[in-house]
Write a protein that binds this ligand. Structure first.
Ligand code: UD1
Length: 337
């Protein structure tokens, strides 16, 4: 049985990926410092799969803890999710973002190098493309200057991995996620935003349950068919499965290069108003929303060209926007009770 370390394995995308890994017969070890989640997620994962992953609670910035972990655990691969991810907050406290996101990665890479551990999957973001000049976005689209320290940590970390891969032969894949949404069909795990959600879907579901009074639609004057911004919303379970495909590519030595990058999206763009309409339909609710000005730093449109991931990873998003929204709604209703 292959042993996989999942950092940030109790977070939103991490927890869904742990479930899929266990479903596929991998043994999972989680490291999570619970900075943006709760320990209950571990029990929820166990309830879904009937398998309890090994769990370590420490901060990956702490070099000594990272060294001790690798001294005591032999792993076949690493999926690295653990990172700070709030765009607005990263503008307020950039040094904390650089320190947390970058040092955690270099601590892991140092151990991979020292112990000849291969096979790293890094959680990157389509934010590295900024507003791409051409849509849909291919992996060859130029990387644009980051709009936020958060986005910059994704860009820098990709560069760090590319350099480490070149110098030390570490095999790695960065997955550039588009907009992950939704929840597990069991409604036992999902997104747990702390405080006021910054992202669209949790804000929608919280508004629908009455936790928030009204959703603000940021901008209706974008050069898009209905004037609202367009994103590629991907079901988190589809996204989790992309990690399994990427991991198998590494474990089976199917890479074309030591370091590779793939877009992970559905390939389909949806506007904010389309998302609202779809949500109202699947939840059978009427959403209270108003149009306000644009949010600073937002781009007009982003959706993925997924040809490379389809061909090379043999992976394709299978779930629809409606299915993702319904799962997010079921999760929200479960949370409220
Ligand atoms: C955001 C980040 C991105 C990050 C991703 C992680 C910014 C500028 N970008 O993506 O770097 O990788 O989250 O999840 O923050 N919207 C509303 N009302 C709301 C919230 C959002 O209209 O209350 C709109 C936004 O303007 C946008 C769309 O909904 O057009 C999606 O927003 P969001 O879910 O925050 O994702 P991104 O901004 O695409």
């Amino acid at each position: 049985m292959k042993k996989i370390l999942v950092t940030g394995g109790l977070g939103f995308i991490g927890s869904h990926t742990v479930v899929e890994l266990q479903n596929e017969g991998f043994e999972v070890i989680i490291i999570d410092n619970l900075s943006n989640t709760t320990i209950e997620v571990l029990d929820k994962i166990t309830a879904i799969t009937n398998l309890k992953p090994a769990f370590y609670n420490f901060d990956l910035k702490d070099k000594k803890s990272v060294q001790d972990f690798f001294k005591n655990n032999k792993v076949d691969g690493i999926i690295h999710f653990a990172a700070s991810k709030a765009v607005g907050e990263s503008v307020q406290i950039p040094l904390d973002y650089y320190e947390n996101n970058i040092i955690s990665l270099t601590n892991i890479l140092q151990e991979m190098k020292a112990r000849a551990i291969n096979n790293l999957i890094f959680s990157s973001s389509c934010t590295v493309y900024g507003q791409a000049d051409e849509l849909p976005i291919t992996e060859n689209a130029p990387i644009k200057p980051a709009e936020s320290p958060y986005g910059n940590t994704k860009k820098i970390n990709e560069e760090i991995i590319a350099d480490a891969s070149k110098a030390h032969g570490i095999k790695a894949i960065s997955l550039r996620y588009f907009n992950p949404i939704g929840a597990h069909s069991s409604a036992k795990i999902g997104e747990l935003p702390i405080g006021v959600p910054q992202n669209l879907i949790p804000f929608i579901t919280q508004t629908a349950t009455g936790i928030r009074q009204e959703l603000s639609v940021f901008g209706s004057d974008y050069p898009t068919p209905d004037g609202t911004a367009i994103r590629d919303y991907i079901h988190v379970v589809d996204l989790a499965k992309a990690h399994i495909a990427a991991l198998n590519r590494l474990l089976n030595n199917q890479q074309k290069n030591n370091y590779e990058v793939f877009n992970v999206g559905t390939g389909k763009g949806s506007s904010v108003l389309e998302v609202i309409n779809a949500f109202e339909k699947v939840s059978n609710t009427k959403l209270n929303y108003k149009i306000v000005g644009r949010r600073e730093g937002d781009i007009t449109a982003a959706f993925a060209n997924t040809t490379l991931a389809n061909r090379e990873l043999g992976w394709k998003a299978e779930l629809t926007l409606e299915e993702a929204l319904l799962s997010a709604w079921n999760w929200q209703k479960r949370l409220k009770n």
